[in-house]
Design a protein around this ligand. Structure first.
Ligand SMILES: *Cc1c(COP(=O)(O)O)cnc(C)c1O
Length: 390
Protein backbone atom coordinates (compact mmCIF):
# COMPACT_ATOMS: atom_id res chain seq x y z
CA UNK A 1 0.00 0.00 0.00
CA UNK A 2 1.04 3.59 -0.59
CA UNK A 3 1.91 5.79 2.39
CA UNK A 4 -1.36 7.76 2.06
CA UNK A 5 -3.37 4.55 2.44
CA UNK A 6 -1.29 3.39 5.41
CA UNK A 7 -1.83 6.75 7.10
CA UNK A 8 -5.59 6.41 6.65
CA UNK A 9 -5.89 2.82 7.87
CA UNK A 10 -3.23 1.82 10.40
CA UNK A 11 -4.35 1.50 14.01
CA UNK A 12 -8.07 1.79 13.13
CA UNK A 13 -11.13 -0.25 13.98
CA UNK A 14 -10.01 -2.31 16.94
CA UNK A 15 -12.45 -5.18 17.57
CA UNK A 16 -12.35 -4.60 21.32
CA UNK A 17 -14.24 -1.34 20.88
CA UNK A 18 -17.29 -2.53 18.95
CA UNK A 19 -16.02 -1.13 15.69
CA UNK A 20 -15.40 2.40 16.94
CA UNK A 21 -12.98 3.80 14.37
CA UNK A 22 -10.45 5.46 16.69
CA UNK A 23 -8.64 3.67 19.49
CA UNK A 24 -9.27 5.59 22.74
CA UNK A 25 -6.29 6.94 24.73
CA UNK A 26 -5.20 4.45 27.39
CA UNK A 27 -4.26 6.59 30.36
CA UNK A 28 -2.37 4.17 32.54
CA UNK A 29 0.11 3.71 35.30
CA UNK A 30 -1.12 0.42 36.80
CA UNK A 31 -1.81 -2.52 34.53
CA UNK A 32 -3.26 -5.58 36.30
CA UNK A 33 -1.96 -9.11 35.85
CA UNK A 34 -4.06 -12.27 35.69
CA UNK A 35 -2.63 -14.19 38.63
CA UNK A 36 0.79 -14.76 40.10
CA UNK A 37 2.12 -16.83 37.20
CA UNK A 38 1.60 -13.95 34.81
CA UNK A 39 3.03 -11.47 37.30
CA UNK A 40 6.20 -13.52 37.74
CA UNK A 41 6.59 -13.97 34.00
CA UNK A 42 6.42 -10.19 33.53
CA UNK A 43 9.07 -9.73 36.19
CA UNK A 44 11.47 -11.88 34.20
CA UNK A 45 10.65 -9.97 31.02
CA UNK A 46 8.81 -12.86 29.31
CA UNK A 47 5.33 -11.41 29.41
CA UNK A 48 4.17 -10.22 25.98
CA UNK A 49 1.85 -7.40 26.98
CA UNK A 50 2.30 -4.16 28.93
CA UNK A 51 3.23 -4.42 32.61
CA UNK A 52 3.38 -0.77 33.65
CA UNK A 53 2.33 2.50 32.02
CA UNK A 54 5.89 3.74 31.54
CA UNK A 55 6.81 0.69 29.45
CA UNK A 56 4.00 1.12 26.95
CA UNK A 57 0.25 0.75 26.59
CA UNK A 58 -2.09 -0.04 23.68
CA UNK A 59 -1.85 3.71 22.87
CA UNK A 60 1.93 3.69 22.43
CA UNK A 61 1.99 0.27 20.76
CA UNK A 62 -0.60 1.06 18.09
CA UNK A 63 1.17 4.34 17.30
CA UNK A 64 4.58 2.61 17.18
CA UNK A 65 3.21 -0.10 14.93
CA UNK A 66 1.84 2.51 12.51
CA UNK A 67 5.00 4.63 12.55
CA UNK A 68 7.29 1.65 11.93
CA UNK A 69 5.35 0.80 8.78
CA UNK A 70 5.20 4.36 7.54
CA UNK A 71 8.91 4.79 8.28
CA UNK A 72 9.93 1.50 6.54
CA UNK A 73 11.44 0.23 9.81
CA UNK A 74 11.21 -3.08 11.68
CA UNK A 75 10.53 -1.16 14.90
CA UNK A 76 9.53 2.23 16.27
CA UNK A 77 9.72 3.68 19.76
CA UNK A 78 7.80 6.82 20.68
CA UNK A 79 9.34 9.05 23.33
CA UNK A 80 8.34 12.10 25.37
CA UNK A 81 10.02 14.58 22.96
CA UNK A 82 12.19 14.73 19.87
CA UNK A 83 15.08 15.65 22.12
CA UNK A 84 14.49 12.56 24.29
CA UNK A 85 14.57 10.41 21.11
CA UNK A 86 18.00 11.92 20.31
CA UNK A 87 19.23 11.50 23.90
CA UNK A 88 17.97 7.90 24.12
CA UNK A 89 19.66 6.91 20.84
CA UNK A 90 22.99 8.46 21.81
CA UNK A 91 22.87 6.87 25.28
CA UNK A 92 22.08 3.49 23.71
CA UNK A 93 25.26 3.36 21.65
CA UNK A 94 27.87 5.47 23.46
CA UNK A 95 29.86 4.78 26.59
CA UNK A 96 32.79 6.36 28.45
CA UNK A 97 35.88 6.38 26.27
CA UNK A 98 33.93 6.55 22.99
CA UNK A 99 34.22 9.29 20.39
CA UNK A 100 31.21 10.91 18.73
CA UNK A 101 31.36 12.83 15.45
CA UNK A 102 28.52 15.36 15.60
CA UNK A 103 27.48 17.47 12.62
CA UNK A 104 28.16 21.16 13.27
CA UNK A 105 24.72 22.20 11.98
CA UNK A 106 22.80 20.00 14.38
CA UNK A 107 19.70 21.13 16.26
CA UNK A 108 21.03 23.40 19.04
CA UNK A 109 19.59 21.40 21.99
CA UNK A 110 21.30 18.23 20.63
CA UNK A 111 24.56 20.15 20.72
CA UNK A 112 23.84 21.33 24.27
CA UNK A 113 23.26 17.72 25.34
CA UNK A 114 26.70 16.78 23.98
CA UNK A 115 28.34 19.75 25.67
CA UNK A 116 26.58 19.64 29.03
CA UNK A 117 25.90 15.94 29.55
CA UNK A 118 27.88 13.58 27.30
CA UNK A 119 31.13 15.33 28.13
CA UNK A 120 30.53 14.67 31.84
CA UNK A 121 30.26 10.96 31.11
CA UNK A 122 33.58 10.65 29.32
CA UNK A 123 32.37 10.77 25.72
CA UNK A 124 34.58 12.85 23.46
CA UNK A 125 32.73 14.93 20.86
CA UNK A 126 34.15 16.41 17.65
CA UNK A 127 31.97 18.69 15.51
CA UNK A 128 32.40 18.37 11.76
CA UNK A 129 31.53 20.55 8.76
CA UNK A 130 28.15 19.37 7.39
CA UNK A 131 29.56 19.46 3.84
CA UNK A 132 32.52 17.23 4.69
CA UNK A 133 31.38 14.20 2.64
CA UNK A 134 33.91 11.35 2.45
CA UNK A 135 36.59 13.57 4.06
CA UNK A 136 34.97 12.51 7.33
CA UNK A 137 37.59 9.73 7.10
CA UNK A 138 40.18 12.26 8.32
CA UNK A 139 38.25 12.74 11.58
CA UNK A 140 37.55 9.08 12.34
CA UNK A 141 39.45 7.69 15.33
CA UNK A 142 39.83 4.14 16.57
CA UNK A 143 37.19 4.85 19.23
CA UNK A 144 34.67 6.63 16.96
CA UNK A 145 31.48 4.79 17.70
CA UNK A 146 28.78 7.07 16.27
CA UNK A 147 28.61 9.57 13.41
CA UNK A 148 25.57 11.79 13.86
CA UNK A 149 24.03 13.37 10.75
CA UNK A 150 21.20 15.86 10.29
CA UNK A 151 20.29 16.84 6.77
CA UNK A 152 19.48 19.51 5.89
CA UNK A 153 21.11 21.23 8.87
CA UNK A 154 19.08 23.10 11.48
CA UNK A 155 18.77 26.82 10.64
CA UNK A 156 21.39 26.77 7.87
CA UNK A 157 20.01 23.95 5.68
CA UNK A 158 23.23 22.35 4.40
CA UNK A 159 22.41 19.09 2.60
CA UNK A 160 24.80 16.36 3.68
CA UNK A 161 26.21 13.61 1.47
CA UNK A 162 24.95 10.91 3.82
CA UNK A 163 25.84 7.91 1.59
CA UNK A 164 29.47 9.10 1.41
CA UNK A 165 29.62 9.68 5.19
CA UNK A 166 27.89 6.39 6.02
CA UNK A 167 30.25 4.43 3.77
CA UNK A 168 33.27 5.73 5.66
CA UNK A 169 31.63 5.28 9.07
CA UNK A 170 30.64 1.68 8.37
CA UNK A 171 34.04 0.79 6.94
CA UNK A 172 35.58 1.87 10.28
CA UNK A 173 33.05 0.04 12.41
CA UNK A 174 31.02 3.11 13.46
CA UNK A 175 27.29 3.53 13.14
CA UNK A 176 25.22 6.43 11.79
CA UNK A 177 22.41 8.03 13.77
CA UNK A 178 20.40 10.60 11.83
CA UNK A 179 17.98 13.36 12.82
CA UNK A 180 15.72 13.09 9.80
CA UNK A 181 12.87 15.36 10.84
CA UNK A 182 13.04 17.78 7.89
CA UNK A 183 12.57 15.05 5.25
CA UNK A 184 9.36 14.01 7.05
CA UNK A 185 8.51 10.30 6.94
CA UNK A 186 7.41 10.72 3.32
CA UNK A 187 10.17 12.41 1.31
CA UNK A 188 13.36 10.61 2.24
CA UNK A 189 14.50 7.00 2.75
CA UNK A 190 17.25 7.38 5.35
CA UNK A 191 17.93 3.63 5.76
CA UNK A 192 18.66 3.43 2.01
CA UNK A 193 21.14 6.31 2.40
CA UNK A 194 23.04 4.40 5.11
CA UNK A 195 21.49 5.73 8.34
CA UNK A 196 21.31 2.97 10.97
CA UNK A 197 19.02 4.63 13.51
CA UNK A 198 16.58 7.41 12.62
CA UNK A 199 15.46 9.99 15.16
CA UNK A 200 12.57 12.26 14.43
CA UNK A 201 10.62 15.02 16.18
CA UNK A 202 6.97 13.90 16.04
CA UNK A 203 6.15 17.35 17.43
CA UNK A 204 6.36 18.68 13.88
CA UNK A 205 4.20 17.21 11.07
CA UNK A 206 3.06 14.04 12.84
CA UNK A 207 1.37 16.12 15.52
CA UNK A 208 0.76 18.86 12.97
CA UNK A 209 -1.33 21.10 15.23
CA UNK A 210 1.23 22.71 17.58
CA UNK A 211 -0.37 21.08 20.61
CA UNK A 212 2.05 18.37 21.72
CA UNK A 213 5.70 17.40 22.03
CA UNK A 214 6.83 13.87 21.07
CA UNK A 215 9.78 11.98 19.62
CA UNK A 216 10.27 8.90 17.49
CA UNK A 217 13.11 6.40 16.97
CA UNK A 218 13.03 4.09 13.93
CA UNK A 219 15.36 1.11 13.62
CA UNK A 220 15.78 -2.44 12.41
CA UNK A 221 16.12 -5.75 14.29
CA UNK A 222 19.88 -5.47 14.82
CA UNK A 223 19.47 -2.52 17.21
CA UNK A 224 16.30 -3.64 18.95
CA UNK A 225 17.72 -4.96 22.20
CA UNK A 226 20.01 -2.01 22.79
CA UNK A 227 17.40 0.67 22.08
CA UNK A 228 14.53 -0.96 23.96
CA UNK A 229 16.71 -1.54 27.02
CA UNK A 230 17.96 2.05 27.03
CA UNK A 231 14.47 3.43 26.44
CA UNK A 232 13.14 1.49 29.44
CA UNK A 233 15.96 2.80 31.61
CA UNK A 234 15.51 6.42 30.54
CA UNK A 235 11.83 6.66 31.49
CA UNK A 236 11.03 9.01 28.62
CA UNK A 237 7.56 7.72 27.69
CA UNK A 238 4.91 9.90 26.04
CA UNK A 239 1.47 10.51 27.56
CA UNK A 240 -1.53 8.55 26.28
CA UNK A 241 -3.40 11.67 25.18
CA UNK A 242 -0.43 12.76 23.12
CA UNK A 243 -0.34 9.33 21.44
CA UNK A 244 -4.02 9.76 20.59
CA UNK A 245 -3.38 13.19 19.09
CA UNK A 246 -0.32 11.97 17.18
CA UNK A 247 -2.39 9.17 15.66
CA UNK A 248 -5.01 11.72 14.64
CA UNK A 249 -2.26 13.85 13.13
CA UNK A 250 -1.16 10.93 10.96
CA UNK A 251 -4.55 10.79 9.23
CA UNK A 252 -4.05 14.14 7.50
CA UNK A 253 -0.26 14.32 7.51
CA UNK A 254 0.31 13.51 3.83
CA UNK A 255 -2.25 16.11 2.72
CA UNK A 256 -0.90 18.82 4.97
CA UNK A 257 2.72 18.27 4.02
CA UNK A 258 1.99 18.17 0.29
CA UNK A 259 0.01 21.41 0.49
CA UNK A 260 2.62 23.11 2.66
CA UNK A 261 5.42 21.97 0.31
CA UNK A 262 3.63 23.61 -2.65
CA UNK A 263 2.99 26.80 -0.70
CA UNK A 264 6.57 26.95 0.57
CA UNK A 265 7.95 26.58 -2.95
CA UNK A 266 5.83 29.58 -4.05
CA UNK A 267 6.87 31.73 -1.09
CA UNK A 268 10.55 30.73 -1.40
CA UNK A 269 10.52 31.66 -5.10
CA UNK A 270 8.93 34.99 -4.29
CA UNK A 271 11.47 35.67 -1.53
CA UNK A 272 14.34 34.86 -3.87
CA UNK A 273 13.30 37.72 -6.15
CA UNK A 274 13.18 40.28 -3.31
CA UNK A 275 15.99 42.85 -3.33
CA UNK A 276 16.35 42.62 0.50
CA UNK A 277 17.30 38.93 0.35
CA UNK A 278 20.85 37.70 -0.27
CA UNK A 279 20.03 33.98 -0.45
CA UNK A 280 17.12 31.61 0.07
CA UNK A 281 18.14 28.43 1.90
CA UNK A 282 15.52 25.94 0.70
CA UNK A 283 17.25 22.92 -0.86
CA UNK A 284 14.17 22.08 -2.95
CA UNK A 285 14.39 25.44 -4.73
CA UNK A 286 16.49 25.27 -7.93
CA UNK A 287 19.61 27.38 -7.43
CA UNK A 288 19.53 27.06 -3.64
CA UNK A 289 22.62 25.64 -1.92
CA UNK A 290 22.38 21.84 -1.75
CA UNK A 291 19.78 21.55 -4.50
CA UNK A 292 21.69 18.89 -6.48
CA UNK A 293 22.10 16.58 -3.48
CA UNK A 294 18.49 17.24 -2.49
CA UNK A 295 17.40 16.06 -5.96
CA UNK A 296 19.38 12.86 -5.47
CA UNK A 297 18.28 12.04 -1.92
CA UNK A 298 14.76 13.50 -1.42
CA UNK A 299 11.46 13.12 -3.22
CA UNK A 300 9.92 16.27 -1.76
CA UNK A 301 10.40 18.91 0.90
CA UNK A 302 8.73 20.23 4.00
CA UNK A 303 7.66 23.77 4.78
CA UNK A 304 10.70 25.00 6.70
CA UNK A 305 13.45 27.13 5.18
CA UNK A 306 15.63 30.13 5.93
CA UNK A 307 16.68 33.32 4.22
CA UNK A 308 19.88 35.31 4.55
CA UNK A 309 19.14 39.04 4.49
CA UNK A 310 21.49 41.54 2.98
CA UNK A 311 23.03 43.56 5.84
CA UNK A 312 20.31 45.64 7.54
CA UNK A 313 20.04 47.59 10.79
CA UNK A 314 18.44 45.66 13.65
CA UNK A 315 15.60 48.21 13.82
CA UNK A 316 14.69 47.41 10.21
CA UNK A 317 14.42 43.71 11.05
CA UNK A 318 12.26 44.58 14.05
CA UNK A 319 9.98 46.73 11.88
CA UNK A 320 9.63 43.83 9.42
CA UNK A 321 8.84 41.13 11.98
CA UNK A 322 6.64 43.20 14.27
CA UNK A 323 4.45 44.36 11.38
CA UNK A 324 3.54 40.85 10.18
CA UNK A 325 0.01 39.61 10.86
CA UNK A 326 0.19 35.97 9.74
CA UNK A 327 3.62 35.02 11.07
CA UNK A 328 3.95 34.24 14.77
CA UNK A 329 7.36 34.76 16.33
CA UNK A 330 8.00 31.45 18.05
CA UNK A 331 9.76 28.07 18.08
CA UNK A 332 8.77 24.81 16.46
CA UNK A 333 7.36 24.09 13.01
CA UNK A 334 5.27 21.54 11.14
CA UNK A 335 2.01 22.91 12.55
CA UNK A 336 -0.84 24.61 10.71
CA UNK A 337 0.41 28.15 11.26
CA UNK A 338 3.17 30.26 9.75
CA UNK A 339 6.06 31.12 12.05
CA UNK A 340 9.41 32.89 12.09
CA UNK A 341 12.51 32.93 14.25
CA UNK A 342 15.59 35.08 13.81
CA UNK A 343 18.86 33.33 14.50
CA UNK A 344 22.58 33.78 15.02
CA UNK A 345 25.04 30.96 14.58
CA UNK A 346 28.02 32.41 16.53
CA UNK A 347 27.50 30.22 19.60
CA UNK A 348 26.37 27.05 17.90
CA UNK A 349 28.96 26.49 15.16
CA UNK A 350 32.62 25.62 15.55
CA UNK A 351 33.52 23.71 12.37
CA UNK A 352 31.64 25.77 9.77
CA UNK A 353 30.67 29.41 9.26
CA UNK A 354 27.54 31.39 8.30
CA UNK A 355 28.84 32.69 4.96
CA UNK A 356 26.54 35.72 4.69
CA UNK A 357 27.05 39.23 6.02
CA UNK A 358 23.41 39.85 6.91
CA UNK A 359 21.21 38.16 9.51
CA UNK A 360 19.33 34.88 9.11
CA UNK A 361 15.60 34.32 9.44
CA UNK A 362 13.95 30.90 9.70
CA UNK A 363 10.51 30.72 8.14
CA UNK A 364 7.77 28.11 8.50
CA UNK A 365 4.88 28.19 6.05
CA UNK A 366 1.54 27.04 7.43
CA UNK A 367 -1.83 26.29 5.86
CA UNK A 368 -2.84 29.90 5.18
CA UNK A 369 -3.42 30.88 1.53
CA UNK A 370 -0.19 31.89 -0.23
CA UNK A 371 -1.81 35.09 -1.57
CA UNK A 372 -2.29 36.23 2.02
CA UNK A 373 1.15 35.04 3.13
CA UNK A 374 2.87 36.94 0.32
CA UNK A 375 0.74 40.06 0.90
CA UNK A 376 1.75 39.94 4.56
CA UNK A 377 5.45 39.65 3.71
CA UNK A 378 5.16 42.45 1.17
CA UNK A 379 3.62 44.67 3.84
CA UNK A 380 6.50 43.73 6.18
CA UNK A 381 9.11 44.70 3.59
CA UNK A 382 7.37 48.07 3.16
CA UNK A 383 7.62 48.73 6.90
CA UNK A 384 11.26 47.67 6.81
CA UNK A 385 11.97 50.15 4.03
CA UNK A 386 10.22 52.96 5.93
CA UNK A 387 12.32 52.21 9.01
CA UNK A 388 15.52 52.17 6.96
CA UNK A 389 14.65 55.53 5.38
CA UNK A 390 13.82 57.12 8.77
C1 LIG B 1 12.17 20.30 16.91
C2 LIG B 1 13.35 19.50 16.55
C3 LIG B 1 13.88 18.56 17.44
C4 LIG B 1 13.37 18.39 18.84
O1 LIG B 1 12.07 17.97 18.91
P1 LIG B 1 11.15 18.26 20.20
O2 LIG B 1 10.02 17.35 19.92
O3 LIG B 1 10.83 19.70 20.18
O4 LIG B 1 11.94 17.85 21.40
C5 LIG B 1 14.94 17.80 17.00
N1 LIG B 1 15.46 17.95 15.77
C6 LIG B 1 14.98 18.84 14.90
C7 LIG B 1 15.61 18.94 13.56
C8 LIG B 1 13.92 19.65 15.26
O5 LIG B 1 13.47 20.57 14.41
Amino acid sequence: MKKESLLATLGCCDERYEGVVNLPPHRASTILFNGLDEFEKADSGQHPRASYGRYGTPSTRSLEHALAQIGDADHAIVTSSGLSAIVTSLMAFLQAGDHLLMVDSTYAPSRRFCKNVLSRFGVEVTYYDPLIGSDIAKLMKDNTRVVFVESPGSLTFEVQDIPAIAKVAHSKGAMVIGDMTWGTLLYQKPFDLGVDVIVHSATKYIAGHSDLVMGLILFNDAHHENLVKTYRNMGACPAADNCYLAMRGLRTMALRIKHQYESTMKVAQWMKARPEIEEVLYPALPGSPGHELWKRDFSGACSLFAVAFKPIPHEAMRAFIDSLQLFGLGYSWGGFESLMTTFKTDNIRSASKWPYEGPGLRIHIGLEHTDDIIADLEHGFKQMKKQKAA
